[in-house]
Design a protein around this ligand. Structure first.
Ligand SMILES: [Zn+2]
Length: 273
């Protein structure tokens, strides 16, 4: 599943292609929006909010999307109106938006809604502080994380109501970095260690957004090409392979209950807290 940094980059790509441009047309392939036509509206901006995308349009409308597991937005050259390229015909395409020169294709989107911009909170108001927000409210995020002190730290990190943007990569890797057992009840964790885990997740996500990127192997989430982050994942995607610190096979485990259960990777020796 794309995490906050991948969604941030998607928003930037869409913003650069569409902001300030008039839409010549739209094709929204979900039942509730099948008759909606956004032609004639100018894109004001496309911004991320946690793992959600908010495409704000002239006239006070916001097209909201979420990538869920496999969703993506691609920007292609628009050929004709309506566009007819092969990328437009896949049965998994949920949205086409086009200007005179650019075509945005939303494929396998997990959510697609149109709301009045003043009512965006109905869709994203439940989210905790956004790790990629310049004004990230760290104290509120930390307070949210320990609201239920009995749940495992990994589950608390993945709950978007506590803080927004973390998926299994940015839960697994910082917990390994700080030697924290993912199943530690969050209330039992030292406050400074909890703060350090959040700071590391944020630092790595911010840097992933800023620096040049190489294609990643997992989840479509690329890793930065420079030395700010570990160049390779240390636990994520490494089931059964030796821990880079101690050699113990990396294990896979589940946090949370269905349908929100998520798979994490960890080192059973390095992460004892
Ligand atoms: Zn280890």
């Amino acid at each position: 599943m794309p995490e906050g940094d991948a969604v941030w980059r998607t928003a930037r790509r869409l913003h650069r292609a569409l902001a300030g441009e008039v839409l010549l047309g739209s094709d929204l392939r979900v039942p509730a929006l099948a008759l909606t036509d956004l032609a004639g509206r100018t894109t004001l901006e496309v911004v991320p909010r946690g793992k959600h995308l908010l495409h704000r349009l002239e006239g006070g409308l916001t097209l909201h999307s979420h990538l869920r597991m496999d969703g993506s937005w691609r920007v292609l050259r628009a050929e004709g109106s309506p566009p007819r390229g092969p990328g437009t015909r896949r049965h998994t395409v949920r949205a086409l938006l086009w200007t005179g020169g650019q075509l945005a294709v939303g494929d396998q989107l997990g959510m697609l809604d149109l709301v009045e911009t003043v009512h965006e909170d109905r869709l994203v108001g439940h989210l905790g502080p956004d790790l990629l927000d310049r004004a990230f409210n760290r104290e509120l995020a930390l307070a949210n994380l320990v609201r239920d002190p009995h749940i495992p730290i990994a589950e608390a990190l993945l709950d978007q109501r506590n803080l927004a943007g973390i998926g299994t990569i940015y839960a697994s890797e910082p917990l390994f970095e700080h030697g924290v057992d993912p199943w530690t009840p969050v209330g039992q964790l030292d406050h400074d260690v909890l703060g350090a885990v959040v700071d590391t997740a944020r630092l790595w996500m911010v840097r992933s957004c800023r620096v040049g990127l190489t294609a990643g192997r997992a989840s479509g989430t690329p890793m930065p090409a420079d030395g700010w982050l570990p160049r390779r994942y240390r636990v994520f995607g490494r089931d059964g392979r030796p821990c880079r610190r101690c050699g113990t096979p990396i294990q896979q485990g589940t946090v949370g209950a269905a349908p929100r259960a998520r798979e994490l990777r960890y080192c059973p020796v390095c992460q004892k807290s």
